[in-house]
Write a protein that binds this ligand. Structure first.
Ligand code: C5P
Length: 405
């Protein structure tokens, strides 16, 4: 990757992933960057100063009060000369210190003193990463301070656990810091089912009862959830080739069967599909011939999948429904939210021309069971999808908060 040479401060805190920083320093140096390593006191248990000094070609710092000949104190000197600061691995401890402004190490002083962009590559035990406090601290660092997170990965951890907490690969860390990307992935480790499209209920081999849903909203949500790190299962009536799992279905019954098979292992379900409320009582095996008299079709009710799952879901599972309305949109959506015992509902007015069904844009009102209300004006479905997934991430956080506080 060729970018202008940068002055990079690499803060290494005390995690087993610290050993990977030998290669990281080497690679950054090879690419022409000037790396200065700052170790926390405990990081010295995991890496040695000498190889880092040799690989970087610079002194390695860890003491606040070191005898370097200069006008400025060392933390200010390093902070002022940095083009960017990377903390890798970032432990739960240093993340908590950064979120609260504690300066008991050289690196935490540099972080408070610098105006350069700051990147963190967290690495820790899954439970420590998942802990409400760590997640809250990360949220503070990202939303209030503007730090960029290079999200940890899922894998077998040195502590014996298997889950999220593995430091991002060096290649990803380098790409992120040099391109200035942000990689907040709040849905990492969450399995999210998204349904999309409109079901088709066969009348005979040629005809069906269907609806105008294009699947665009559901697919945009699946993409957004995937980009935020979720393990996505898209159940769709519309074909889509994606990096995540896509299961194609046609009828409400097929949709229900697939959801029920997947839901037990899922953390959330977003039901964007327009499910046919009724289906023909009988499906003719042969094409129904045209006759000179009227034809009456007898319809039977399909089960309300959302309502069934809302009643039976586990406390920690989150269900999001949609509500397409042609009148009294908000009132009807609120009633559905309560009746179907779901956590959030996305309501849209289907009478607005060029909006909703088939369109690339939508305008929605989002209501949550705890009384939040958000009105999203006309905008691309992709934006609305991102917003819905951010809201989902917030709901996961509030469930944790309620449990742990
Ligand atoms: O009650 P209404 O059909 O308007 O509710 C819409 C919501 O319920 C959507 O999220 C839709 O996917 C879901 N639904 C369902 N099963 C049905 C009908 C609708 O899950 N049979």
């Amino acid at each position: 990757m060729s970018t202008k040479p940068k002055n990079i401060i690499l803060g290494i805190s005390a995690g087993i992933a610290a050993y990977r920083m030998y290669d990281l320093v080497n690679e950054l140096k090879k690419q022409g960057h000037n790396v200065t390593v700052v170790l926390t006191k405990d990081a010295k248990n995991f890496v040695s100063e000498l190889p880092l000094k040799v690989l970087s070609g610079n002194p390695v710092y860890s003491e606040m009060f070191c005898p370097k000949e200069q006008n400025k104190p060392i933390h200010i000197d390093l902070a002022d000369n940095a083009d960017l600061v990377l903390v890798a691995p970032a432990t739960a401890d240093i993340i908590a210190k950064m979120a609260t402004g504690i300066c008991d190490e050289l690196i935490t002083n540099i972080l408070l003193a610098t105006t350069a962009p700051v990147y963190l590559a967290p690495a820790m035990n899954t439970n420590m990463w998942d802990h409400f406090t760590t997640q809250k601290n990360i949220e503070t660092l990202v939303t209030k301070i503007g730090y960029k997170i290079i999200a940890p990965e899922e894998g077998d951890l040195a502590c014996g656990y298997s889950g999220v907490g593995h430091i991002a690969p060096n290649e990803r860390i380098i790409k992120t810091i040099l391109l200035g990307e942000n990689e907040v992935r709040p849905l990492l480790g969450k399995k999210v089912i998204i349904t999309a499209g409109g079901t088709r209920e066969a009348i005979d081999p040629v005809r069906y009862i269907g609806n105008k849903s294009s699947g665009k909203m559901g697919i945009a949500i699946a993409d957004a959830a995937y980009n935020l790190g979720a393990d996505v299962v898209l159940i769709s009536t519309v074909y889509a080739e994606k990096k995540y799992q896509v299961i194609e279905v046609e009828t409400a019954q097929e949709l229900q069967e697939v959801i029920e098979a997947e839901f037990d292992k899922a953390d959330a379900l977003i039901m964007a599909a327009a499910v046919s409320d009724y289906k023909p009582m009988k499906t003719s095996k042969q094409k129904i011939k045209k006759k000179n008299e009227d034809l009456t079709l007898e319809l039977i009710k399909n089960p309300d999948i959302l309502e069934i799952l809302g009643r039976t879901k586990r406390e920690k599972q989150i269900i999001v429904g949609f509500s397409a309305e042609s009148e009294e949109m908000e009132k009807n959506a609120k009633e559905k939210l309560v009746k179907k015992k779901i956590d959030m509902i996305v309501a849209n007015d289907i009478t607005v021309p060029d909006l909703g069904f088939g369109s690339d844009e939508n305008a929605v009102i989002i209501l949550t069971k705890d009384g939040q209300r958000e009105c999203l004006q006309r905008q691309p479905k992709i934006q609305i999808a991102k917003h819905i997934c951010q809201k989902l991430a917030e709901l996961f956080l509030s469930i944790k908060e309620a449990k742990e506080v």
